[in-house]
Design a protein around this ligand. Structure first.
Ligand SMILES: *Cc1c(COP(=O)(O)O)cnc(C)c1O
Length: 385
């Protein structure tokens, strides 16, 4: 642990620590990037910044056919619309509201399958068991930047003629054996929300395997307009604006350093809490790079001594905001009351009750990490007596 002066620790204890903090480029650099917009006066509708960012991201993520959106949710919702799905979509309840809402808002029926206990991604066996004659797709989530079992899911999908779509909102820059996360399945969505590893303030990217879908995405993100005097689809507005894209162009120059600094924070948490019974860190996957988007720990109350909720409250009292991410399960949302039973997905339900995302961002100070882990150790020792 880093040594700290006790007095300093007391003063520090008053400074709140949030669960995340947005990365921003140097202000002058952003100003320089947006200056040309005062010449072009072209602020949206697939302008120069959006096109350059699509090209730059294509290279960085090793993906083809990327289309930028105003946010990740609209990218996902529009992707599902562009793929002409029908009936049921098998998905995970251990995710952010967006994943399921995108299915439902397209008039499709979500069917929840359970997840794996080690990496919280969809369990392929549970997916296969959930298939019915009405199933048209699998919508899986690369939770916390850990990859789904993409090979097993693809095999199942091929066997049953299903589309595979990934919510890759957490998986920016993640690669398996040099292959970008956005190249698996038929399509993927990345989120560039302010709280994500890479941000465009608000923004998202849809990547697709079939280049013909790209044309549809451009149309569906712009009211279904096909030409100056033709409107062929009923669709909303999902376009990214030039100021957001300019933020992305700047942030992309710093992304490798950003992820590197997050890895240092991650390593400090792991070192400080190594061998504490009842705390499990996210397992590293073979051949898969990590982006350190989040710092989820699983608290097993029997072994740790106190519950996840008690830790959450205690940290809050001490000015540290952690996040029960994801709680509640989507199947327990009031919005879906009476439609699902979360006891059908016991592994997911247990994860929702045991996982706590601790503060994680590139500028998180080493003293703050120490303060958080010391608090956890204190709770553990208290819980044991
Ligand atoms: C952030 C997030 C989204 C939505 O992205 P926005 O850009 O905020 O619209 C969807 N799914 C998951 C898993 C997310 O974390």
């Amino acid at each position: 642990m880093t040594t700290v002066d006790p007095d300093e620790l007391l003063t520090k204890a008053k400074a709140p620590v949030l669960v995340t903090q947005s990365s921003m480029p140097p202000m002058e650099e952003y100003f320089a990037e947006i200056a040309s917009l005062w010449d072009s006066k072209w602020l949206t509708n697939r302008g120069e910044k959006v096109r350059s960012l699509e090209a730059a991201l294509g290279e960085y993520l090793s993906v083809k056919n990327g289309t930028l959106f105003a946010n990740g949710h609209l990218a996902l919702e529009t992707l599902l619309a562009a793929m002409d799905l029908e009936g049921e979509v098998i998905t995970t309840p251990f995710t952010f509201a967006s994943t399921t809402h995108a299915i439902v808002r397209n008039g499709l029926t979500p069917v929840f399958a359970d997840i794996k206990a080690d990496d919280y991604t969809l369990d392929p066996a549970a997916v296969e068991a959930a298939i019915t004659p009405r199933t048209s797709a699998i919508l899986a989530v690369h939770v916390y930047g850990g990859l789904c079992d993409v090979d097993a899911l693809q095999t199942i999908a091929d066997r049953h003629g299903l589309a595979v779509i990934y919510d890759a909102a957490h998986a920016f820059g993640v690669e398996r054996d040099g292959i970008g996360a956005g190249t698996f399945g038929d399509a993927s969505m990345f989120s560039f929300h302010a709280t994500k590893v890479f941000n465009t303030i608000e923004g998202g990217l849809a990547t697709v395997k079939d280049p013909q879908v790209v044309e549809r995405l451009h149309k569906l993100q712009n009211f279904g307009i096909s030409g100056p005097e033709r409107v062929t689809d009923v669709a909303g507005n999902g376009k990214m604006n030039e100021f957001a894209a300019a933020m992305g162009l700047c942030n992309l120059r710093y992304i490798d350093g950003e992820i590197k600094r997050r890895s240092v924070v991650d390593a400090q948490y792991r070192a400080n809490l190594a061998d504490v019974p009842g705390i499990t860190f996210l397992a590293k996957q073979r051949g898969v790079t990590q982006n350190h988007a989040y710092l989820p720990v699983r608290i097993t109350e029997d072994e740790f001594g106190v519950s996840r909720d008690r830790i959450y409250e205690d940290l809050k009292q001490n000015g540290v905001t952690a996040r029960k991410y994801f709680f509640p399960l989507v199947s327990d949302f009031e919005a879906y009351a009476g439609k699902f039973d979360s006891s059908d997905t016991p592994v997911a339900r247990r994860a929702a009750n045991e996982v706590l995302a601790l503060p994680m961002f590139s500028d998180l100070a080493a003293e703050d990490v120490d303060r958080i882990t010391t608090e956890l150790l204190n709770l553990h020792f208290e819980g044991r007596v």
